[in-house]
Design a protein around this ligand. Structure first.
Ligand code: ADE
Length: 254
């Protein structure tokens, strides 16, 4: 059975994933460590993409070509853009756009030249299964995070949203920039730095792709004060708990 890829952009998240793969074996390709193992009986390959669209695209291309993966999952953090998308919520991507793609006047703003489109869709069935797993996990955040973290980060009733994710090669940390993004892409729920690149690679290879992003900040001047702590205490724990539920329930029909 071809493996399912699990991609993380940051070390803390990959470390949490690897703790769940008791039998992982390392393969080094293109300067990256790819970890092959099993999760609830499913063949998986986990990898650190590193940050940004090019690093993510390289990683995804290796997963497609060298590892022959059946599908790709991305877990990570993002800045919230949509109204009501709060720190501690989770966004499951329905589609992706590169917010910094602009070849105008040759092509409309955001359109990826010669693809005839600005948006790349997530795999519907894969994303629905990931969203179900996220809803089950976030229904009882204290079970995953502990009461202390729920209180510390004020995560009483975290929500799961599904919608557009905007990706670009910059960390958005000013109110001016997030306002401009909201104006340019009013339906974008969250901003991060890799998803649209992986979505484009998956489009090229005809592979389903789903992404889960825990909201770590509001992409403005009030960006979360203790990002590393949020990453280890909240986002990484959500990711592994959601993936654990996902693989426990996932039927690979491909
Ligand atoms: N990932 C987490 N927060 C982000 C932000 N504000 N901008 C870009 N990527 C992010």
């Amino acid at each position: 059975m071809p493996p399912i890829a699990i991609i993380s952009a940051l070390h803390e998240e990959l470390a949490a994933v690897l703790e769940r793969l008791p039998d992982e074996r390392r393969e080094h390709v293109a300067g990256r460590d790819f970890w092959r193992g099993h999760w609830h009986g499913h063949d998986v390959v986990a990898v650190l993409s590193r940050v940004g669209k090019v690093a993510a695209a390289t990683t995804a291309a290796v997963l497609a070509e060298r590892f022959g993966v059946a599908a790709m999952l991305f877990t990570g953090v993002a800045g919230g853009l949509g109204p009501g998308v709060r720190v501690g919520d989770v966004v499951i991507a329905s589609d992706f756009v590169q917010h910094d793609m602009d070849a105008s006047p040759l092509f409309p703003r955001h359109e990826v030249p010669l693809y005839g489109r600005a948006r790349f869709g997530a795999g519907a069935a894969l994303s629905a299964a990931l969203a179900d797993a996220a809803r089950r996990t976030l229904a009882q955040p204290a079970r995953t995070l502990g009461e202390d973290a729920v209180a510390e980060f004020g995560l009483q009733q975290p929500r799961v949203h599904t919608g557009l994710i905007a990706s670009g090669d910059r960390f958005v940390a000013t109110s001016g920039e997030s306002a401009a993004l909201r104006q340019a892409l009013p339906d974008a729920l969250a901003v991060e730095m890799e998803g649209a690149a992986v979505a484009q690679v998956c489009h090229d290879w005809g592979l389903p792709f789903a992404a889960l992003r825990t909201i770590s900040d509001r992409a403005d001047d009030s960006a979360h004060v203790d990002f590393p702590r949020f990453l280890t205490r909240v986002a990484s724990r959500y990711s592994t708990a959601v993936l654990d539920d996902f693989f426990n329930n996932y039927q690979n029909n491909s």
